[in-house]
Design a binder for this molecule. Structure first.
Ligand code: HEC
Ligand code: HEC
Length: 404
């Protein structure tokens, strides 16, 4: 076992398996990810020696897996049952995930339509920015699940931000906000992009007067909130927040399936769902209707000590050493439309991302005494481990993610 494992996890296998032919990135990222893959080879080796299931071999407790692969008729029968009778999610020890649930199970906020309509108008209006060229919509587009298609965001005068734009589907349920959780409400959050020099760069105290002089904004604010006060900053923030609270995920075939129409997913998507709950252990962190536990985890993507790319994540908010490199688990509704993925947009291809999960993610280890003694040295989540998914299983998982 030991020998086979070390052969399997030599760095050549890992890096080609991880990044494949379809990896298409700026060259600096390529170099970094190859370095990452090399680190990963070490970490994965350690992890694969602890006697877990052999590559590709179905686990002993898996009733629908035979020697020659998955028995789809068996999976169909299993998933024809009510959800409570489905295979229990296989997750890391100590985790109790919320069951998957359709959009219809999510609370529908009751909001004043006039405030929501005003909020939508503000969200779409680039004149909320200093240059009159950047709207919330510029980075949060409906075609991309209210994210964009860029590695990191592009804002005021084309400036690049530090992070990838998250999608906003179901954002009313997400708390705290931002990848590092630094905002506790949508109202508080909206101030961030309005004044950020790389986003809308607006002189926020001047914004109410600027809007009040435009079109019929004053009348619309009064109609939405009551006569008299006109355009104020709290009203702007409330309207933007209430509009975003209405951004429920669209109902998909996944919802139809969950609601009982068990033919709504094809064989490959069904296998993907099964793997997501079981062998791939995704529900350890991606659970509930939005497929997030809303917790912070370190997936080994901190770039610790590499000044240009380093992002300390949750640590920037809490100052706790153990939070270095943790980011909030993103929801996965509409995820196929919101790539590139991760807080730094590292993965332009879903297969690359899934290969990385399959290898147990990156697990940097200290290389010298100074690093070993550094209390901030990032620790990749112990909830992750290599998964031994076959390439067909990776494709099935990808197909499942595409129906969310
Ligand atoms: C230049 C691109 C850009 C613009 C313009 C922009 N955003 Fe964002 N938005 C981002 C990025 C990038 C993040 C993630 C930043 C982080 O986590 O540090 C983000 C995060 C968010 C989040 C948090 C989502 C979550 O899951 O935590 C919300 C809500 C949001 N933006 C709403 C808005 C609103 C409202 C506006 C307009 C007032 C706006 N954004 C303008 C790029 C942008
Ligand atoms: C230990 C918790 C954990 C587990 C297990 C986990 N994820 Fe994640 N997932 C996260 C976190 C945290 C992020 C964001 C990390 C970052 O940006 O640094 C993430 C990001 C993602 C993204 C990118 C989403 C986006 O909007 O950028 C996808 C897709 C994803 N995960 C799918 C999966 C799949 C599929 C599995 C199972 C193979 C899985 N995850 C297992 C915590 C987890």
């Amino acid at each position: 076992m030991k020998k086979a494992a070390s052969l399997r996890w030599n760095s050549v296998t890992v890096s080609s398996q991880l990044f494949g032919r379809r990896m298409n990135m700026a060259s600096h990222l390529k170099k970094t990810t190859v370095a990452l893959a090399a680190l990963l080879a070490g970490g994965a080796l350690l992890l694969s020696l602890d006697g877990q299931a052999r590559e590709g071999a179905p686990s002993a407790v898996e009733p629908c897996a035979g020697a020659s692969g998955w028995d789809l008729a068996c999976l169909r029968q299993t998933y024809a049952r009510p959800i409570a009778g489905w295979p229990r999610p296989q997750v890391a020890d100590g985790v109790t995930p919320a069951e998957l649930a359709p959009v219809s199970a999510m609370p529908v906020p009751s909001l004043a339509p006039a405030v929501v309509a005003l909020g939508q108008r503000l969200f779409y209006d680039p004149r909320l920015s200093r240059s009159n060229a950047v709207a919330c919509l510029s980075c949060h587009s409906p075609a991309h699940s209210f994210a964009d298609s860029k590695r990191v965001s592009v804002g005021h005068e084309g400036r690049l931000g530090q992070r990838n734009t998250p999608g906003l589907l179901g954002v009313a349920q997400i708390k705290p906000l931002f990848w590092d959780g630094r905002a506790s409400s949508l109202e508080e959050q909206a101030l961030g992009p309005l004044q950020h020099a790389d986003e809308m760069a607006m002189d926020v105290p001047a914004l109410p007067a600027k809007l009040a002089a435009l079109d019929d904004y004053t009348a619309q604010f009064d109609a939405a909130f009551g006569q008299g006060a006109g355009v104020t900053l709290p009203r702007i923030l409330t309207a933007l927040a209430d509009y975003q609270r209405t951004l429920l995920p669209p109902v998909t075939r996944f919802d139809t399936f969950l609601e009982g129409e068990r033919t709504a997913l094809n064989d490959r998507e069904l296998l993907g769902l099964h793997l997501f709950r079981t062998k791939a252990r995704c529900m350890t962190c991606h659970s509930g209707a939005l497929l997030t536990d809303q917790q912070f985890h370190n997936l080994g993507l901190t770039y610790y000590g590499r000044k240009k790319y380093e992002d300390l994540g949750r640590y920037l908010v809490t100052g706790k050493d153990g939070d270095v490199g943790k980011f909030r688990t993103p929801g996965l509704r509409g995820v196929a439309q919101s790539g590139p993925w991760m807080h730094n947009g590292l993965f332009p291809q879903m297969v690359g991302l899934l290969n990385m999960y399959n290898a147990g993610m990156s697990r940097p280890v200290p290389h010298n005494a100074q690093q070993a003694a550094d209390p901030k040295f990032p620790v990749t989540s112990p909830l992750l481990r290599p998964l031994q998914l076959t390439s067909d299983e990776i494709i099935a998982l990808k197909s499942f993610l595409e129906v969310l």
